[in-house]
Design a binder for this molecule. Sequence first.
Ligand code: FA5
Length: 345
Amino acid sequence: MSDRITQLRTDFERELSAATAEADATALRDRWVGRKGGLLTAEMKTLGKLSPEERKTTGAELNELKNYVESAIETLLGEFAAKREAEQLAKERIDVTLPGRRVQAGHLHPITLLRQKIEDIFVSMGYEIEDGPEIETHFYNFEALNIPENHPARSPQDTFYLAGERTTELALRSQTSTMQIHAMQKRTPPLRVAAPGRVFRRDTPDATHNPMFYQVEGLLIDRGITLGDLKGTVEEFVRRLFGPDTKTRFRPSYFPFVEPGAEIDYTCFKCGGSGCRVCKGSGWIEMGGSGMVHPNVLRVVGIDPEEFTGFAFGLGLDRLCALMYGLDDIRLLYENDVRFLEQFR
Ligand code: FA5
């Protein structure tokens, strides 16, 4: 073998062992066997200058070297490609034995849980559950409920009017008592209806007040209904909701749509009756209003007050919820703090 070819081979092998990256291998290929400017390609071109005898042996040796160079570079490129593929696979590897990530499922709001419980109690006592509008006309908000023109409840300081003006016909209902009218318009007595829903008032928020809160209205109309039936029903309702130990009391009060009227209190959810900041020292918390349906209200919906009497009551759900879950502030219910809500899962 000619010295020249031996030298070329040695040079190539040194460069080959120095190639540590895929780019080195491709550069090596261009440098040695590239179609343009490849070292061996150029060497081939010099064969023409040799004698026919020399050309034969040197040509064969050169060819052999070229094949060797090509296959060595091919092998090296193959090794780099395999390495690249293995790295990619390692990156994409999934450990199927790892524990899964738990998807957090939603759950019902405490007010909804209480509402469902209350609906169940009313249904078991023979009441139909009814839903109604949150935006009402003057007729349902005031007139039909026997609320006189100059009553404070009509004032924009208490009621949210839709255009912010008292003269507007439409307002957000400030009590579920509007549902008494809807219920009686749809049915003929005897009837029993319970209507839970949202109500709105311009109240300053504190531990027992929120501008948006929930009430449930109960209404029963039949022949010969008395105040005793009202008391018995409310007491039974509270016992079924909170157990036999919860005490209620009735205080005479005025609501234009009942006569007589009474406020219903129950033992304070915070102190249990001894007196605290939440119940302002009295030991009692106001749960709702009640009374015997006013004859004027019955007449508005075409029921003869000489033949039928009935009672109605409206309870605040937020305060019932506070009692049930031992909350010391009803505003917690509307802050949407997940740490609070998660406890009702
Ligand atoms: C009424 O709303 C009458 N409609 C109740 C009624 C119905 C009387 C049927 C007669 C016959 P009152 O304004 O007192 O009554 O409200 C009833 C209850 O709602 C209150 O006892 C209280 O538990 C709750 N409540 C009132 N204002 C708020 C408020 N801002 N935030 C949370 N709860 C409230």
